[in-house]
Design a protein around this ligand. Structure first.
Ligand code: AMP
Length: 402
């Protein structure tokens, strides 16, 4: 089967066409600045083609059409006709309490995804725009929604409820949902395979450290806690997001800086995190460089980031009653030995000891802990698109057998 995987933002479409048999990516790309002027498509194919097309794109439907043209282009396309695509897998950020696993999309599912918009006002409308565009253009193909929140639906109430009046949970669904579930699930499964053990017997802490970052406690294959919350703002200090802060800071800022609630929210989302602390950049590559040149605030931002990750690892070891492995993934988790070293500094007492020699090697899945140590430290590249393709195939096979 050829499966088209989409990850739609409000002004962007990221996509991959994956062969579900060989697991190969036949084509991938990103269309940016939809509806914003200056739209451009960066498209790559398995035949080593890299194409950049600049053309005005007003909305997601026009965008998907443009991607289809690239996929079927007679010079660099990988398919002759879009009907060769067997199914569509859509990443959906928020599935609320309704969705515990991927589902085949129909009108009722679309309505339920709409109901989650208040909890993900930036993401879900964009995901829906992509779903609607694809369903309009390919009405006869199956479309599957794979949710970022679904993996965390196993978190127990003692971990997902806030210390707020219970009525607010009933009235508004105010609770922790967690995100990056597709990635946490994937790296947990890969860790079990790599260690040659059953996932059902492992206690793992998975650290998805990218521009957005979260940590999850995965006990016996199920998420039992995670650092992100009602929205992706909670938890770790991130590229531009503050992570957890004392809630009293919000009215304080509204008062002192003469801001509205919405302005404070934007401030905490876009101007905070390591960007706000360093005053320099949200990108750890810049911070590492500046820190190397003696920039104290860049060093401080990295220390604060790493300290909070290590605190979560300790907390989740307690939550799971022990720890077998810590997994590092995503842009920063996979690529930065400097950050991994800082995170691992305090973990030795638990039997998690970093082997710096091993950590210098950069190649696929690898163990970076010292030989024979109690808690394994692993680097596992994430592959959310492959999970979406696999899940889409699984759901579609079920339809055939019904
Ligand atoms: P992601 O959101 O998973 O794409 O991760 C993007 C972030 O990973 C970037 O903003 C950087 O902070 C970080 N990153 C990527 N590559 C490196 C690297 N080689 N060294 C340090 N940080 C990196």
């Amino acid at each position: 089967m050829k499966i088209f995987v989409l990850n739609c933002g409000s002004s962007s479409i990221k996509y991959q066409l994956i062969d579900s048999v060989t697991k190969k990516v036949l084509s991938k790309g990103v269309l940016e600045r939809i509806g914003a002027g200056g739209s451009f498509l960066k498209h790559y194919s398995i035949y080593d083609y890299a194409i950049e097309i600049k053309r005005p794109v007003a909305n997601h439907t026009e965008g998907i059409k443009m991607v289809f043209e690239a996929l079927t282009n007679k010079d660099y396309g990988v398919i002759k006709d879009v009907t060769e695509i067997s199914a569509f897998g859509h990443r959906v950020v928020h599935g609320g309490e309704k969705f515990h696993e991927p589902v085949l999309i129909n009108e009722a599912v679309i309505e339920d995804i709409k109901k989650c918009i208040p909890m993900a006002p930036l993401h879900n409308p964009a995901n829906l725009a992509g779903i609607k565009a694809c369903m309009t253009l390919m009405p006869n193909a199956p479309h599957v929604a794979v949710f970022d929140t679904a993996f965390h639906q196993t978190i127990p109430a003692k971990a997902y409820l806030y210390g707020l009046p219970y009525e607010l949970y009933i009235k508004y669904g105010l609770r922790k949902y967690g995100f990056h579930g597709i990635s946490h699930q994937y790296v947990s499964e890969m860790a079990a395979k790599y260690l040659g053990r059953e996932l059902a017997e492992l206690r793992l802490v998975t650290c998805h450290l990218g521009n957005g970052a979260s940590v999850a406690a995965v006990k016996h294959g199920k998420s039992i806690d995670t650092s992100m919350g009602f929205t992706p703002l909670e938890g770790l200090v991130m590229g531009t997001r503050c992570g957890e802060v004392d809630p009293a800071i919000i009215p304080f800022l509204m008062d002192k800086e003469d801001m509205t609630g919405k302005q404070v929210y934007q401030y905490l989302n876009n101007k905070s995190g390591v960007l706000g602390i360093s005053g320099l950049s949200s990108d750890f590559r810049d911070l590492e460089k500046a820190s190397g040149n003696g920039d104290e605030r860049a060093s401080l931002a990295m220390d604060i980031f790493a300290y909070r990750v290590s605190k979560y690892i300790g907390a989740y070891a307690v939550a799971m009653g022990g720890l077998d492995a810590v997994i590092f993934t995503a842009g920063l988790g996979e690529n930065s030995p400097v950050i991994r070293e800082k995170i691992c500094e305090g973990l030795g007492f638990m039997g998690a000891c970093l082997d710096k020699g091993k950590d210098a090697v950069r190649d696929g899945i690898r163990e970076i802990s010292t030989d024979g140590c109690l808690v394994k430290l692993l680097v596992i590249p994430t592959n959310e698109e492959l999970v979406i393709a696999n899940e889409t195939e699984r759901i579609c096979k079920n339809i055939v057998f019904l």
